[in-house]
Design a protein. Sequence first.
Length: 726
Amino acid sequence: MSGYLAGLNPEQREAVEAVDGPVLVLSGAGTGKTRVLTTRFAHILLTGRAAPGEMLAVTFTNKAAREMRERVAGLLGRPVDGLWLGTFHALGARMLRRHAEAAGLRRDFAILDTDDQLRVLKPVMEELRLDPKRAPPPAALALIQRWKDRGVAPDRLGAAEQTEFASGRMAEVYARYQQRLAALNAADFGDLLLHMTDILRREPAALAAWQRRFRYLLVDEYQDTNVVQYLFLRLLAQAHRNICCVGDDDQSIYSWRGAEVGNILRFEQDFPGARVIRLERNYRSTAPILAAAAGLIAHNEERLGKTLRPAGKEGAGEQVLVVSLWDSDEEARMVGERIAALRAEGHRLAEIAVLVRAGFQTRAFEERLLALAIPYRVVGGLRFYERAEIRDAVAYLRLLARPADDLAFERIVNVPRRGIGEGTLATLRQAARARGEPLAVATAAAIAAKQIPPRARETLGHWLHDLDRWREIEAREGPVVALSAVLEDSGYLEMWRRDPSPEAPGRVENLRELGRALAEFETLAAFLDHVSLVMENEAENGDDKLSLMTLHAAKGLEFDTVFLPGWEEGVFPNQRALDESGTKGLEEERRLAYVGLTRARTRAIVSFALNRRIYGNWQSNAPSRFLDELPADEIRREGSSAFRRAAARREPVVFLDRAPLTALRSSVPERVAPRPRPAEAVGVGARVRHERYGLGTVRAAEAGRLEIEFDEGGRKRILDGFVTPA
């Protein structure tokens, strides 16, 4: 019976056999976490400590739940029925069905998806007369879900949860939304645990019954739990304390979607006498890669501490390569050429990945891979030109260049929302077909003939006028200026700036990157042709494709070769993360770098560029502080010829001689030069542009000193001579 334990190393076996009392298994990257979880599950069943229905096992994805179920069945030699094994949402729904009345629902309650949730929320906001342009319903829904992730019901909203969004009326929106859900006998995903946790708190009999039922709890990816998940688990484990949480505090990288690294850090406080078992034997990466990752993550203070070591031969493998480049264009060429060389040597593209910090960075590599005819896939997301915000912006550009483009017209006539309903669109389509004219021409005629409602006539009239004005800007000043005017004047950028969802800042970054892409073409027509060819190129044969993704999407994956470009201050660590979260943000960024390095089995190539074109403007960059933190003995440095020439002109830059990178950081010149004082004073509320920080809104102004809230860089105090009107 004990044969299933034979293949475990000592630490893994300890984690499997320590079944009684609270246990925290700190499982580093590549240390066999899944094997430990499934073997422990089977061990409890095989030793008769619990029946299948007396164990609760929680995973974060349905895929992980299926894999665990299959592995447990394989160890037992038979299918296992009656398991409580699944995601938090699945288990919460299953439990809530038994207590629906206590949550004001019937047992046959519906679980709503995002589209249905918005259909419920929009009328609520309309009743409260909230402007959907200033308070978009998707943004309001994201805020409500954030509260639910924190276990905050409408009656428990405190001062810490107050927000200026929706004119400060979000508490009322939340309460009415919940009332509407109850009236519909429905729950959204956030309700499943929120309701269940509330019931366990309020009803001692229900809590005691579930505590008696679940004699053992197993939790995967504990570092990714949010507040309500944490409360749910603590309530269930209070009586018997037989809870085993498996996770890695060094891989907690999802705070933006509610994950609390503090949950795993305070496990021993929550469960006094808890046993902590560290899995440190790595079966994935070479010794230099592990040593580099360990040296980097050791700079974090908020961690429980462990050091990965290779399970194979000590000291084997290539050093981590750090490549210094003159600019981001050269970086894209370097990555593309090395990938092509690896492919020529017989390496499979499927075993190569390019991991970037932010989604907008993928475009430069996509363009280069297309030029080299290297097949690739974007993992965990869409290709750059397939993203909704890019498709919207390109549709605007198509309509500027091709006024008869009806598909583009229909896509963005009500984006952002202008109150153009389906009835008005149907009238316009019918008129266009009857006249044999494009929608834009038919719309102008329908406005003149008063064939559509007054409000729609006024809105569409202004919009058609804007289109003509933007075409004039494009003809006079070029497509990049026209795109900027379109995104600002239409309210499209403002829509995403106001959106509090975690994806919104990335969408704004992507739109800025589109401006850079547009700047590389002489005409708007040439750019649109290029976009069409890129989209057509999607139909590629074969499964051997390079993986291109963000570092967040890479967690849980592994590759033979990993490229990690863009290690510069402001890019990685990300400036917004530093501005919003300070030291906590920096430590999460460092964990993200650790995750990136530990994705590599045999080869990791890190790169940074002294100059990077961001949103169409060249910017001098300092090397990331993370490069200083990599152990010198575990890395090898290379510099392009352009970088070497640049380094020779900078004193005291001796990066190629392994001097600390701080010397280079301090030597990068500031390129923003003051201009003459503006003729008119810059007032509060004015939109301004700064060469380094981009667009921003003036929040305070006194004697030429401005306090500006930049769209991308947070609040800064700047003299008015350093900005221009936007």
